[in-house]
Design a protein around this ligand. Structure first.
Ligand code: GLN
Length: 204
């Protein structure tokens, strides 16, 4: 039987909880991980994750390290991208009340720190479309939510009527942090997106 080549998942490692994603992927078999801080490293990856952290800081560092334009181009060319929390904010075309630097590749509007200042962080069980079994444990930390979607965005998860998980073609985003739990299913879903993009590229 022909086996897939091992895929490489890049984790943007300029700021934020990138180590947690690396650890999570080490439990979800079949993918090598690379912490990405340069364009050269970006070009070695079959898929990329933008972690949680501070979206304004990550945006500035993306520019400083000259990664932003190549990353946008790779995603527009079909490379899968998964953003958690700050990562979701950076993917959005629109960020309420903010002109901050972003990739702007995903057809969503987001509101930052949208669950209110009193509730800095919380956990909730989140039913997640396209995942078998129990809801996922959603860890929310100064989380955004999605206020509007358009184009081909599929809504995968909601919490109290707020959109907190979406997919648009090769892009996946969650307002919460599966990498801070022991449930690997959202990362497995992303790995499947990457495998299928790699297969598609080798069998045009
Ligand atoms: N509130 C942060 C921001 O706006 C995101 C928080 C997180 O990634 N946990 O960038």
């Amino acid at each position: 039987m022909q086996t897939d080549k091992e895929i490489t998942i890049g984790i943007l490692a300029l700021q934020g909880d990138y180590e947690a994603h690396k650890k999570m992927l080490s439990h979800s078999g079949g993918a090598a991980t690379l912490l990405v801080r340069s364009v050269e490293e970006l070009h070695m990856c079959d898929g990329m994750i933008i972690p949680g952290g501070e979206s304004t800081t990550i945006g500035k560092l993306l520019v400083k390290h000259d990664i932003i334009d190549p990353l946008i181009h790779k995603v527009q060319d079909g490379m899968p991208l998964y953003g958690t929390c700050a990562g979701m904010i950076l993917m959005a075309k629109e960020i309420a009340g903010s002109e901050q630097t972003r990739l702007g590749v995903t057809n969503i509007s987001v509101a930052r720190n949208a669950f209110g200042r009193q509730v800095d962080s919380f956990e909730a069980q989140i039913p997640f479309a396209s995942l078998e079994g129990d809801p996922v444990e959603g860890v929310f930390i100064r989380a955004p939510y999605v206020t509007k979607t358009w184009g081909e965005v599929e809504i995968l998860a909601k919490y109290q009527d707020k959109i907190v998980g979406i997919r648009e073609k090769n892009m996946l985003a969650t307002a919460f942090h599966p990498e801070l739990t022991s449930d690997t299913r959202v990362h497995e879903l992303f790995l499947e997106m990457v495998r299928s993009a790699v297969r598609g590229a080798s069998n045009p």
